[in-house]
Write a protein that binds this ligand. Structure first.
Ligand SMILES: Nc1nc2c(ncn2[C@@H]2O[C@H](COP(=O)(O)OP(=O)(O)OP(=O)(O)O)[C@@H](O)[C@H]2O)c(=O)[nH]1
Ligand SMILES: [Mg+2]
Length: 77
């Protein structure tokens, strides 16, 4: 099986939104899942964080997470 997976090469795409009170561990849950990292001194997130991870289950490629939007909404001026 190929170890490299192109960004858009997947069988299933799950967009996951993680919400909850401040300081409950959302950012660390995300970093543990996507990078296997945990930080005791993580800063409070302002706004929204995006991350993705692609996993293989049986012969299927499953992408989970949410990619940062490519375009920002254009302002009129
Ligand atoms: N002991 C322990 N500490 C954790 C765990 N998960 C997160 N923390 C700690 O809790 C604090 C807050 O974690 P964050 O992941 O930044 O929490 P958050 O939900 O993203 O917070 P906001 O961004 O403010 O909404 C950090 O100091 C983490 O190190 C855990 O499973 N065990
Ligand atoms: Mg956070």
């Amino acid at each position: 099986m190929a170890t490299y997976t192109a960004d858009d090469d997947y069988d299933f795409l799950y967009k996951v939104v993680l919400i909850g009170d401040s300081g409950v561990g959302k950012s660390n849950l995300l970093s543990r899942f996507t990078r296997n990292e945990f930080s005791l001194e993580s800063k409070s997130t302002i706004g929204v964080e995006f991350a993705t991870r692609t996993i293989h289950v049986d012969d299927k490629i499953i992408k989970a997470g949410h990619r940062r939007p490519r375009k920002k909404i254009q302002s009129d001026h």
